[in-house]
Design a protein around this ligand. Structure first.
Ligand code: FAD
Length: 636
């Protein structure tokens, strides 16, 4: 039996980004004793990096905006594959979540009349993103942390212990969700600094671990994005939904190589930045797909007029949803019209005075000046697609954020699937994590309060989790003469495989090859070995993360091979058309053999979605629905 520290909580929240913190605040305010655990330093979640803003139809800059328009834009952006109930709740509740942040101390940029300012972004009909320059995520996290501290101060006054009802475990990683029968019983964790194991026992666990970008070579994501929550859910028996949909943001830095993939915020285009190829042509006018033709300008003049008079002109095609822009850039580069370092040019210098660029886009100005020695107030940036966001994720109940099939498990934020369909609109992640973070905290607290007899933590599961975590230290013995493997080499090979074979443009034979390579990597990862000891050992941590990245990558590759159409963040050269018959089809991934979850073999099932509610369908013109819905849906 493994001797380790155990603590008992009502709710354990895994992840301290926007979704995790919002869930924790809600759970604690509903009376649940809540633990938050995060892999990095408290405050250094991915949410901090968010730049452009939070999408919410407050109508501060254009009073024509409302939840119905936001819902429509979100569904169009996701090519109607969104879980429509999530998209509805999101559009309705996002404004309240932003105003609530303000009451908790967030300092948003203002309009001249003193309202919260809102900016344009791709796919949003009206200026909708509440923002703080291009550092919105930082303010969001600062505000949520401040709220947590104020709740802890209440506990200090009431109980003489500021962690009595809300405690943060930073630089601690969860490697397994533990179960009692079907239901959740807690989490198995290790502390990065000491390597010590511990268990948090709880009837309810909220996964809020963010995305999967570190499985790809070129990505805007940071080191934490290794798909942990996706894998934890899968290993606990909860299915993942539509993992084929991975967003490649159109504008990442392409030069110098050391910064390739770092994000160039969409606010640059929202604020007037234009895309040109090596011939100086504004090429996006050639790439407006039929479904969007009526909504986008047909000439540069009209596009330019839209910035001053949006009610009488159509928006420029630089503001098409991200999947469209990323594919267009990819095509220009492939056709030999790219920039010197393999991207295209994004120019804001000819569109705004230097002083305004420095005020509206301070991070971009510094990022390019310091990392690439480019002054964006005077010259164009070079940009190209970068793996940015995963639309697929844990399948959840739309209202409660409860994961399917595992009572007590909840998920919110980027790790949860469904809200964004096949493609997320910019700004819709920060609003998603506030809306569904709150809902997850609310329902996790409610579940914990009514859970009855507490689940029992199974000793055998703790022993197995400890043995699994320690395996990299005895790789040599386990390899029985075969060579041990370096986790960093395996990670590089995995990233290259996903980038080259399951990237922005996909083909069946390449994805089949990717699956073979992944099987080989999985077998070699069993022999990933590390030297040294458990105190702050990054090689050991990476060995453990590899299990998660391999599982997630296999889900992505299998689902991408299965979906024989192109839609949103899934583009197949061999099946280039968006097929209406695929609209109601969801793909669910589960481990093949629940007793053999370590092997990572994934089973895929098709599930037909619930029909979209008629009152929501009536928000669209019939002519538009005909482009998206399957025949049987139209008949109904
Ligand atoms: P995160 O904020 O990433 O938090 C995940 C948390 O989980 C972290 O605390 C991490 O340490 C923890 N964790 C992970 N694994 C484990 C584990 N095994 N054990 C314990 N803890 C774990 N979206 C917008 O809407 N607007 C924007 O302007 C915008 N700009 C962006 C700019 C950049 C550069 C990037 C990369 C993304 C941007 N996005 C934006 C997307 C958005 O920031 C993310 O989707 C969102 O912040 C995810 O939030 P989250 O709470 O789900 O996860």
């Amino acid at each position: 039996m493994t001797e380790l520290e155990r603590q008992q909580w009502d709710v354990v929240v895994v992840g301290a980004g926007g979704a995790g913190l919002r869930a924790a605040i809600e759970a604690r305010e509903r009376g649940a004793r809540t633990a938050v655990i995060c892999k990095s330093l408290f405050g250094k979640a991915h949410t901090v990096m968010a730049e452009g803003g939070i999408a919410a139809s407050m109508g501060n800059v254009n009073s024509g905006d409302n939840w119905q328009v936001h819902f429509r834009d979100t569904m169009r952006g996701g090519k109607f594959l969104n879980q429509w109930r999530m998209a509805e709740l999101h559009a309705k509740e996002a404004p309240d979540r932003v105003w609530e942040l303000e009451t908790w101390g967030a300092l948003f940029d203002r309009t001249p009349e003193g309202k919260i300012s809102q900016r344009n972004f791709g796919g949003h009909e009206y200026p909708r993103l509440a923002h703080v320059g291009d550092r919105t995520g930082l303010e969001l996290i600062r505000t949520l942390q401040q709220k947590i501290v104020s709740l802890q101060q209440e506990d200090e006054r009431e109980f003489g212990d500021h962690e009595a009802r809300l405690k943060v475990f930073q630089e601690c990683t969860v490697t397994r969700v533990l179960k009692d029968g079907d239901r959740v019983s807690g989490t198995f964790c290790y502390e990065r600094e000491t390597g010590r194991f511990f268990v948090l026992e709880a009837p309810a666990v909220v996964l809020a671990t963010g995305g999967i970008g570190k499985s790809f070579k070129v990505t805007s994501n940071s080191w934490e994005y290794t798909g942990d929550g996706h894998a934890l859910a899968l290993l606990a028996g909860a299915p993942l939904l539509n993992m084929e949909f991975v967003q490649f943001h159109p504008t990442g830095m392409v030069w110098p190589p050391s910064v390739k993939g770092i994000l160039v915020t969409e606010s640059v285009r929202g604020d007037g930045g234009v895309l040109r190829n090596s011939e100086g042509k504004r090429f996006m006018f050639d790439y407006v797909p039929d479904v969007f033709k009526e909504k986008y300008a047909q000439s540069e003049e009209e596009g330019d007029r839209w910035y001053e008079d949006p009610d009488h002109n159509r928006r420029p095609p630089e503001l098409l949803p991200r999947d469209e822009v990323a594919r267009a850039i990819n095509s220009e580069v492939k056709a030999g019209r790219g920039s010197p370092h393999g991207g295209v040019f994004l120019d804001v210098s000819t569109r705004m005075p230097a002083e305004r660029i420095r005020r509206r886009l301070p991070s971009m100005y510094h990022q390019f000046k310091e990392l690439a020695d480019v002054d964006i107030t005077a010259e164009a940036m070079e940009v190209g697609p970068t793996c940015h966001y995963v639309m697929g994720g844990i399948a959840v109940d739309s209202d409660t954020a409860a994961a399917l099939d595992v009572p007590g498990l909840f998920a919110a934020g980027e790790v949860a699937g469904g809200m964004h369909g096949s493609n997320r609109l910019g700004g819709n992640s920060l609003s998603d994590l506030l809306v569904f973070g709150r809902r997850a905290g609310l329902h996790a607290a409610g579940y914990a309060a009514s859970a009855g007899t507490l689940p029992v933590v199974d000793e055998a599961q703790i022993d197995a989790a400890a043995a699994e975590a320690l395996r990299p230290f005895s790789a040599e013995d386990l390899a029985e003469g075969a060579p041990t493997e370096n986790p960093y080499t395996l990670h590089q090979e995995l990233q290259q495989t996903m980038n080259d074979l399951v990237g922005i443009i996909r083909r069946a034979p390449e994805m089949e090859r990717a699956l073979e390579k992944l099987a080989g990597l999985r077998e070699r990862a069993e022999r990933a070995g590390v030297e040294g000891h458990r105190q702050f050992n990054p090689g050991w941590h990476l060995s453990l993360d590899l299990r998660n990245m391999l599982l997630v990558s296999e889900c992505i590759a299998r689902a991408a091979l299965e979906r024989t159409e192109s839609r949103g963040g899934h583009t197949r050269e061999d099946c280039p058309v968006m097929e209406r018959s695929w609209r109601p089809v969801n793909l669910l991934c589960r481990p093949v053999d629940e007793q053999d979850t370590a092997s990572g073999r994934i089973d895929l099932v098709r599930k037909v979605t619930e029909p979209i509610r008629p009152d929501l369908l009536s928000l669209f013109e019939k002519e538009e629905l005909v482009k998206y819905l399957a025949d049987e849906e139209l008949e109904e």
